[in-house]
Design a protein around this ligand. Sequence first.
Ligand code: NAD
Length: 260
Amino acid sequence: HLRGKTALVTGSTSGIGLAIARAYAKAGAHVVLNGFGDADEIEAMRKTLAGEHDVEVRYHATDMTDVAAIEAMVAEVEAEFGAIDLLVNNAGVQHVAPVHEFPVDKWNLIIALNLSAAFHAMRLVIPQMKKKGWGRIVSTASAHALVASPYKSAYVAAKHGIAGLTKTVALEVAESGITVNAISPGYVWTPLVEKQIPATMAARGLTEEQVKRDVLLAAQPTRQFVTVDEIAALALFLTTDAARNITGALQVIDGGWTAA
Ligand code: NAD
């Protein structure tokens, strides 16, 4: 159902963003990949995605904390494809430290990447979406858009900020055929999480199962990781006609975390 449309997915060289980019390409959208990583691996990924789904796939290495670079990327993509019909604000990083020791540069980075980048991308793509009378904006928030955990002040502040930004922009474009939503995952199984397991097993003298269940998934009642494909399926549903009245919503997908 996305044939002929163009999607920009930030932070899509890995994890959740890559899964959403795949799902959108599978549904027929041209896709602009963004994020960091090994140039050869990204090029291979780009070719595979384009070849498997018969769509155009581009890659922009744009640092999403660089406002001028975001402006240049959006202008370039719109010049080539006419408009960005689907925007996924997904690039994000984490830093864990008590607030009185929180490095100021990490605070600034997390607010710039996890919050301000979404503002810039939204303000830049909305004029063309309005002209076409159709658009879908999805931001990857977090359970931390609704609840807090200690030592994650910047991340929790940014994700709560995404919740407010999502609601505000949704109201502004409500009559323009554009929906604006956030997806709030709990703990997601990504390579990033997988890599932490051996060290935690060694540090705490636990088995792999104990680390997953009692350390990582302590806050998630299902005691199961959310998968990137589950998030991509939700992000894809939000682009369908059936979801046209879902806007300004925080779609929680967290194994019951925020119900507790
Ligand atoms: P990931 O590390 O696998 O992917 C992050 C992506 O962002 C990568 O493509 C990376 O290259 C890119 N990136 C990093 N800095 C960037 C920058 N300055 N400019 C552009 N791109 C940049 O992580 P993930 O788990 O897939 O996380 C994606 C999003 O999901 C983040 O916003 C994260 O906060 C959110 N999230 C993740 C989880 C989880 O448990 N993994 C849970 C809730 C929310």
